[in-house]
Design a protein around this ligand. Structure first.
Ligand code: FES
Length: 155
């Protein structure tokens, strides 16, 4: 089985084929930016992009996504050229403990691909499924709105 992650193709040994994508990312490939939260697809800590759309890696069997374009937080941008969501997150000091934040950023980035000028309500709805135990929700919402501005300015 082959997986294409962050534009790189990996050969996945047969004994990992029944594992979740999250387990393969973290335990086989060392891509630990994607976090294990609930393990049931409910909290959003493991959000990655699957063909550009947000998806929960903990409930995706690795073999089901062979051939798909997978992006993790490590492949979203580069340190020299941050994604607008990452820029906005730094500006707004969004994270507290940080555990949920890779998933928050991946959800926000996928959402902004579908809506370049969201309202506050659009943002709240889009981010609704990503839980934050530290309660950073107000800063997350501000961060997404700011990221939308930064993305528009960059065009
Ligand atoms: Fe701690 Fe969200 S920043 S869980």
């Amino acid at each position: 089985m082959k997986l294409t992650i962050n534009k790189k193709t990996y050969d996945i040994p047969a004994q990992w084929q029944d594992a979740s994508l999250l387990t393969v990312l973290r335990d086989l490939l060392g891509l630990t930016g994607t976090k294990f939260g609930c393990g049931k697809g409910l909290c959003g800590a493991c959000t990655i992009h699957l063909n550009g759309a947000a998806a929960r890696a903990c409930v995706l069997p690795a073999q089901a996504v062979s051939g798909a374009r997978i992006t993790t937080i490590e492949g979203l941008a580069t340190p020299k050229q941050l994604h607008p969501v990452q820029q906005a997150w730094i500006e707004q000091s969004v994270p507290q403990c940080g555990y949920c934040q890779a998933g928050q950023i991946m959800t926000a980035a996928a959402f902004l691909e579908t809506n370049q000028s969201p309202s506050a309500e659009d943002v709240a709805n889009a981010m609704n499924g990503n839980l934050c135990r530290c309660g950073t929700y107000p800063r997350i919402r501000k961060g997404v709105l700011r990221a939308a501005e930064l993305a528009r300015e960059a065009v």
